[in-house]
Design a protein around this ligand. Structure first.
Ligand code: SF4
Length: 448
């Protein structure tokens, strides 16, 4: 039975230490009661409180793990409907479907390509997460061979899509130490539930209606299978959007337990643009796993970029480490540029210095990941803070030049900076990173 905010408050430490990010224990208790927080956010909760809170602290969407150890993929454990209420986390996992009906060489080359596919973007490495292995009308030997290839050549978690019970059982035997997921295309049977329990696998339930999904989820829960993922089939984009929204609202707003599980959206091969549209909608609203029917780099790049944008906390800009960077192969006489540690700014500035063909030092100040003008307006990119940082990194011991190029947008700090850094000549650079190559060409940066 759910506990009230006051009942939960009585079980908390009542120190108002704010470590949970909320000003008081009472406020945290109210958030817990509304399922907008997780008890694990209070590092001081006693074991007694954890046990007593039980269901009250259980997230309305269950945490489900596919895979084991450090490489396990976590999905679910969500408490809010929209990102601005907290921030989305446990980003949508992207799975690629592989079909056992294809020949071994093709499958091996696809597995290796998917395994090695990486996108470096603003300091983060983006990649796919899961393999979705389908029997696709092939025999038992073919699906077992595909499982073997995936196990040997991939580190990704596996969702097994095999309608044939014999093949499924043999496949799960191969994967028994890997905590894989079983994709059920039809009504879940007692035999399916037994298999899933025996191999401690995750079960993906497929329904053609809300009612069928609810009945199957209840049946699985009664049988003791709790690690579920829900797949409500939809023939068109609008219906898929509507289904996922209703399922998520039911779990988060109504606390409807049969729908309190992560969602999976399975996409079928078809027209490229249509597929990309469906995938994008699934990613935004609210698939925890998105299964793509093929390995397509162009589509993957688009989806990974979209995913990064959606799941990045807008209040915590992506940052790079504040320090002195070498661009190219700079000597002690090479010019020194200055910028902030906002990832996008760093990658633009360093990229354009590289484009200019010159080697340089780049001082990247700690501005809590803010861009140049924002950091300046917030008092984090001033003569004082910059001079202090330059002393901390011992810049004068690492370079011989005494010319520092500051971003054109903060020309107003040049006088202050010259005062705080005696012996340095402060040069006001360009405002836009794209103008760095022409700036380097037209301004004498190297003495002598
Ligand atoms: S972290 Fe725990 S003890 Fe501290 S204010 Fe939050 S709920 Fe209270």
């Amino acid at each position: 039975m759910a506990l009230s905010g006051l009942e939960i408050f009585k079980l908390l430490p009542k120190t108002n230490c704010k470590d949970c990010g909320v000003p008081t224990c009472m406020a945290f208790a109210m958030k817990l009661a509304q399922k907008k927080a997780d008890l694990s956010e209070c590092p001081h909760a006693s074991e007694e409180a954890k046990a007593a809170l039980g269901a009250a602290s259980k997230p309305p969407i269950r945490l489900v793990k596919i895979g084991v150890g450090a490489r396990a993929l976590e999905i679910g454990n969500e408490t809010v409907m929209f990102r601005h209420e907290k921030t989305f986390f446990h980003q949508t996992a992207i799975a690629i479907q592989l079909k056992a009906s294809e020949d071994k060489e093709t499958l091996l080359s696809k597995i290796q390509e998917i395994e090695n596919y990486r996108v470096d973007r603003v300091g983060e490495q983006l990649k796919t997460d899961l393999l979705f292995l389908s029997q696709d009308g092939a025999g038992k030997d073919a699906i077992l061979e595909l499982i073997g290839l995936a196990k040997e050549h991939s580190t990704k978690g596996i969702i097994l899509d095999s309608p044939d019970k014999e093949s499924l059982k043999a496949g799960l035997e191969i994967l028994k130490a890997d905590r894989s997921a079983v994709f059920s295309r039809k009504e879940v049977s007692d035999e399916d539930l037994e298999l899933v329990k025996t191999f401690s696998a995750v079960l993906v339930i497929t329904g053609t209606s809300f009612e069928s999904l609810e009945n199957q989820a209840e049946k699985a829960r009664k049988a003791g299978v709790e690690d579920l993922i829900l797949n409500l089939e939809a023939s068109e984009l609008g219906r898929q959007f509507q289904n996922n929204t209703i399922l998520r609202r039911s779990a988060l707003k109504k606390n409807f337990e049969p729908f309190g599980y992560p969602l999976l959206t399975l996409l079928k091969a078809g027209d490229g643009t249509d597929l990309l549209g469906k995938a994008s909608v699934g990613l935004c609203k609210y698939a925890s796993i998105l299964v793509l029917p093929e390995y397509d780099k162009a589509m993957l790049y688009t989806l990974l970029t979209l995913r990064q944008n959606i799941f990045t906390d807008p209040q915590k800009p992506i940052q790079v480490e504040p320090k002195l960077y070498s661009i190219g192969d700079p000597s002690p006489e090479s010019p020194v540029f200055l910028t902030t540690n906002f990832s996008l700014t760093f990658f633009l500035v360093s990229g354009e210095i590289e484009n200019s063909g010159t080697s340089a030092h780049l001082v990247v100040c700690d501005c809590e990941g803010q861009s140049v003008l924002t950091a300046w307006a917030a008092g984090k990119f001033t003569g004082d803070t910059i001079a202090k940082f330059i002393r901390e990194i011992k810049l004068e011991e690492q370079v011989k030049t005494r010319k520092l190029v500051i971003p054109g947008f903060v020309s107003q700090i040049s006088g202050d900076l010259e005062e705080k850094l005696p012996g340095w000549e402060i040069l006001v650079g360009c405002q836009e990173a794209a103008d760095i190559p022409s700036f380097v060409k037209n301004v004498k940066l190297v003495t002598g």
